[in-house]
Structure formats: C-alpha cells, structure tokens
Design a protein around this ligand. Structure first.
Ligand code: GDP
Length: 439
C-alpha cells in the first residue's frame, strides 16, 4: 500500500541529493513535489498545504549534518510532520463500565461487520468475555454474517430477528450481557449506502441510550476524499472517539489516513488489512509515516547520526579529503565514529536498498578488529604517510597485529582505493558529505 505516494516522495526528495544544505532554492521544488504527491494520494488539499508549509519551515536553514545527506534529513523532516499529522502518539480504545460498550458506526460496505468480528477476537485475546450484537434491523443477511464470524472466533452473537428498534435491541443486549457475565459488548449497527437523516438519527438515539465507552467510526480507506467527507458528517452527529481505517491491504492511496485525523481531529485507532479475523492492527502514527515514506529506516539512521555523529570531526576529515591528505589516523577516526553509531549490520540495514543485500552477509563489529589492530601497529610516521609502508614494513605490521600479510595487503588496497575515489570526487568538486556517505 501507499506505493504511489512513497515513490513520489522518494523522487521529490532525490532532487536534494548531493546538495550540501537545505536552502530556499533547492527546497522549493521538493516542497512542491511533496505537496503534489500528497494531493495525488487523495490527501485533502488544505491538509497537504498545511503539512508542506510546516515541512518547509522545519527544513529551511537547517544545517545539514555531515553524517547525513540533505535528502535523508528531508525524509526525517517529512516523517516528523506526517507522524504529527496522524496524531503523534498511538491511542487506545477505552474499555470501561460493566459491561463496557463499544458502538460501531459507518456506511454499508465499509467493513464494519468484518471489523466487529476482528475487534471481538482482539478483545477476547485480552481474556475478556465478549458479546457481539447484531443491530442491523434492515438487512437480515447482516445478522447471519455476524453469526458466521462469531462462530469462527468463538464469540456469542446477540440478535432479535423480529425487533426493528435498534435502541431496544441494544438495551436488551446489555441486560443480557450483565446476566451472562459478558464484560465487553460490541454493537454492530446498520450501514447505508449513503449518509441519510433517518440512519443518523437512529444511531444518535442508540448512542444516547446506551452511553458507550467507545464509539468508533469505520471507514473504507479506498474511498479517498469521500472517506474524509463521511467522517466529518458522522463526527458532527456522533462525536465519535476514534476511526477505524479498513481495506488498507488493497490498492489504497493512503490519503484517508493522512487527512481524516487533520479534518475531524479524532485519532485513528485501528487499521484493518484483510478479511481474516486476525488482520487487525493498532494504529501507530510513526509506523504509518515510515510505511508511507517506505524508505527503509532512514529515520532511525538520521536520529542516531544526529545523536552521536561528531559533526566537527566530520568537517575536519572532509577538509583533509579535499586537500588529499586523508591518512590512516583519519581512517581510524572514521571507524570510531561508525562504531559509536551502533551495530554495523543494523546500520547498513537502515540504508534503503541495503537491507536485502545485507541479509546474508555476516558483518559484526568484530569485522573491524583486525583493521584496527593493523593501523594501531603502525608508527606515527606510517599512519600519517601511508606511502612509507613497503614490503618489510607490511610483514612487521602483520606480526605486530596478530594478522597475516594478506590482511595487511587487503587493508592497504582498500585504503588506496578509497584515496583514489576521494581524488576523483575532489576533481568533481563534490566534497561536502562525501566521506560520510561512503562510510
Ligand atoms: P459492512 O457492510 O460495513 O458491515 O461491511 P462488511 O464487513 O460486510 O465488508 C464489506 C466487504 O469488504 C466484505 O466483502 C468484506 O469481506 C470486505 N472487507 C472488510 N474489511 C476488509 C479489509 O480490511 N480488507 C479487505 N480486503 N476486505 C475487507
């Protein structure tokens, strides 16, 4: 899901690649692209404008850490804003009262009945006794559907086939729950094809009569802008507590997830991703933002880099690279920096496109030990002037570091290759952030 949006954002952010800092000039085009990508993903225009304005504000004049590229930093900024837009923190449903009553609302076909089953199964797993209530007085088939689901998950379903009054059915169901020791009552109400006055009044009456501890609005995420409008209509009448986004497994453009929260100011609490009873997830704004961005775990990478990378040191090393003076002392210092950032394999895995390639490669922090040992066996002159290291010195280094001549040769070759690459980079005058990206 969200492929469309994440690819577009990816492209927008790539325009920043290779830039040293985020400035008015280079950010304007990116912001425009991000806004277009959001609108294309069915995000409400006003919401898209608000969020991109905030992104721009957060990005302007930001000194780009040498440890991350401006593109990566931009991803982090976009991620922060998307997370905030979707509510920031995860929000739980309130299960309170004896029994606790949860009321479900939404249009027909939104996935309400399926969700009722999933929620019942979810609550049952918390070792609570549950009663499902079929309150669709218009479609007998809906009652049967709920009974099938109930049987599947081992939850009793309450219904009154002859009764056409949802308020009465709900009240009776709650009485039944009290007598039969059911601690949570989930009421599945009637859905219609379009919002209509009678239906709205009916569910308003049910809510007033039973005073649920949680009223949820269930909405099909594939309906895009309509989802936002329906959410608004239901919220005006019901003042619901939270939103359930269904069918996020489908070809949804994801805009609903982004704009509903902003428009109705109510949190999304669950997402439903399939027809199986266990395809229900709690909604975590930060995880959803990561999924939308679909960029590996760049976010954590940037966060860690921001926390730990010594920017001054990186600048010093970049200056040496520019002057073609990079030596083994600098190499060692870079290794220290990388090690400070945590487990090497984890770190590599956070780089988009890297995780798959890295899966079968066994790198652990020990991989650097022989390299460090060799460099530490060098004299000060050798470290500062690597060209001094000839055959006999290599033998001495191997012996001193407890490695062998092949390992010393490998390191020398790697170092030479790095210097060559740095020289080429210098020629292309692409210096800033270069070393850090290679590391
Ligand atoms: P209701 O009319 O609101 O009660 O909606 P239903 O629960 O009957 O769902 C309508 C259709 O959507 C059914 O065919 C469900 O199987 C399907 N459905 C419900 N939730 C999901 C979901 O999360 N993913 C997918 N792919 N289909 C769903």
């Amino acid at each position: 899901m969200f492929d469309n949006l994440s690819t577009k954002l990816d492209r927008a952010i790539k325009t920043l690649k290779g830039q040293g800092s985020i400035s008015e000039i280079n950010v304007a085009a990116t912001i425009k692209e991000i806004r277009r990508a959001l609108v294309d993903a069915d995000v409400n225009y006003k919401v898209a404008k608000d969020v991109t304005d905030k992104i721009k504000e957060a990005a302007m004049g930001r000194d780009v850490l040498t440890a991350v590229s401006p593109g990566q930093l931009m991803v982090k900024i976009v991620y922060d804003e998307l997370t905030a837009l979707m509510g920031g923190e995860k929000q739980d449903i309130t299960i309170k009262g004896d029994p606790a009553v949860i009321l479900l609302s939404g249009l027909q076909g939104s996935g309400k009945t399926t969700f009722a089953g999933k929620l019942a199964s979810f609550v049952k797993k918390q070792n609570r006794t549950v009663l499902l209530v079929a309150c669709d007085v218009y479609r007998p088939a809906a009652i049967d559907q709920l009974k099938v689901l109930g049987e599947q998950i081992g939850v009793e379903v309450y219904s009154e086939v002859e009764n056409k009054n949802p308020v009465e059915i709900s009240r009776n169901a709650i009485e039944y729950a009290k007598k039969n020791n059911k601690k949570v009552v989930i009421i599945d109400t009637a859905g219609r094809l379009a919002v209509d006055e009678q239906m709205m009044r009916e569910i308003e009456d049910v809510k007033a009569a039973i005073n649920p501890s949680e009223t949820l609005f269930v909405v099909d995420s594939m309906t895009g802008q309509d989802a936002v409008n329906t959410a608004k209509t239901f919220n005006d009448r019901l003042n619901f507590d939270g939103v359930v986004l269904t069918k996020l497994d489908g070809d949804s453009r994801g805009g609903a997830a982004l704009s509903i929260r902003a428009v109705v100011e109510k949190p999304i609490k669950f997402i439903s991703t399939g027809e199986k009873m266990d395809a229900l997830d709690l909604f975590y704004p930060d995880r959803m933002a990561q999924r939308i961005l679909g960029m590996g775990d760049v976010i954590s990478l940037v966060e860690r880099a921001q926390m730990q990378f010594d920017d001054e040191e990186a600048k010093r090393i970049n200056a040496k690279i520019r002057k073609n003076q990079f030596n083994f002392d600098d190499f060692l210092s870079q290794l220290e920096q990388i090690k400070k950032m945590g487990n090497i394999k984890d770190l590599m895995g956070m780089i988009p496109g890297m995780s798959k390639a890295m899966k079968d490669v066994d790198i652990d922090d020990d991989a650097f030990k022989p390299v460090e040992a060799i460099i530490k066996s060098m004299t000060r002159q050798e470290r500062a002037n690597p060209d001094l290291i000839n055959g006999s010195r290599k033998k001495r280094l191997a012996k001193g570091s407890g490695t062998d001549i092949q390992q010393v040769n490998a390191l020398m070759k790697q170092f030479d290759d790095m210097r060559k690459m740095m020289r080429t980079m210098n020629k292309m005058s692409q210096t800033k952030g270069g070393m850090a990206q290679m590391a």
